[in-house]
Design a binder for this molecule. Sequence first.
Ligand SMILES: Nc1nc2c(ncn2[C@@H]2O[C@H](COP(=O)(O)OP(=O)(O)OP(=O)(O)O)[C@@H](O)[C@H]2O)c(=O)[nH]1
Ligand SMILES: [Mg+2]
Length: 319
Amino acid sequence: MPANLPRIYHKKESQLRFAQSPEEKISIVKEMLAVMPKHKGTDHLRAELNTKIAKLKKEIRKKPKIYRHDIYTVAKDGIGQVVLMGSPNSGKSTILSKLTNAKPIIAPYPYTTKRPDVGMIEYENVKIQLVDTPPLYENFHPPWLFSLGRSSDLLICVIDGLKNVKDELEQLLERLEEGNMFLQSRDFYKDEEFMRKFGFILVTRPEGNSLSELRKQYGERLDIIEFSLNMDFNLLKKKIFETLGVIRIYTKPPGKEVEYSEPVVLDKGSTVLDAAYEIHKDFAERMKYTRLWRGEIHSRQVGSDQVLEEGDIVEFHSR
Ligand SMILES: Nc1nc2c(ncn2[C@@H]2O[C@H](COP(=O)(O)OP(=O)(O)OP(=O)(O)O)[C@@H](O)[C@H]2O)c(=O)[nH]1
Ligand SMILES: [Mg+2]
């Protein structure tokens, strides 16, 4: 019997390849187990993953105690976790305070933020989690900070426009590579050596600095956006939503109205089956057939492998 694993499982599996600490690996394997359907075809894989967890736990027990608690994790919330990273005093906490209701400490001197601060971006009918982090600088690469970056859904790197932006960006990208991350836009080529991290660059206080040279050099790989205190923050929120690479679909219980206030958020390219899994694992397993409404097209019955688009309405019929 084939395992028939959902898309989210494969996404986690590729994350596991780049994980560095055993703690991070355990948390990814646990997520893989949580999304795995329960049937005979997955019994073997389930056992394998449980053995893997046991081995990793053994590895942790062997490590000196001091490292064990050296990890700050941020539980994901909303439709995606966006992490701000960058050098000291670049404006990360300022960005968090402008896009969300969070009140982080902002100060005109570096090394202000000591641990992750979290806020929620409200954009149309969705909420996106934004995480501010301590600065990333030479000789300070706590494993938990890289781990947070890797597990994020989107990485925004912040550059201080008062400094030499080219040097700043170069150093930042190098540091990310030390953490196994390659920052790029969604449509850039696939790099196999590092984990592809989708995101963009925000340059704060860009007034005195021309970004045209920077864009010439990095523009194909990365979007470079100017941040200023009087910009239209809604445009920035839109950019964040769009770079998350998700679609919103709506469900319609049979015989009832569409639930527009509660979109189901899926990765682009997701199918009807992925949508059912997102709602509930058992639900996906009981699915009989699905009707789809798209734009002007009247409803039609579709298979579980139908790829969904932004704004689709689905009506699941279960056994
Ligand atoms: N004018 C202006 N000032 C900014 C901007 N972004 C940040 N600042 C100022 O720069 C200083 C540092 O900002 P923070 O938001 O604390 O920077 P940070 O990156 O969180 O700093 P660390 O937590 O130390 O890494 C503060 O005095 C901010 O008011 C900006 O876009 N324009
Ligand atoms: Mg800060």
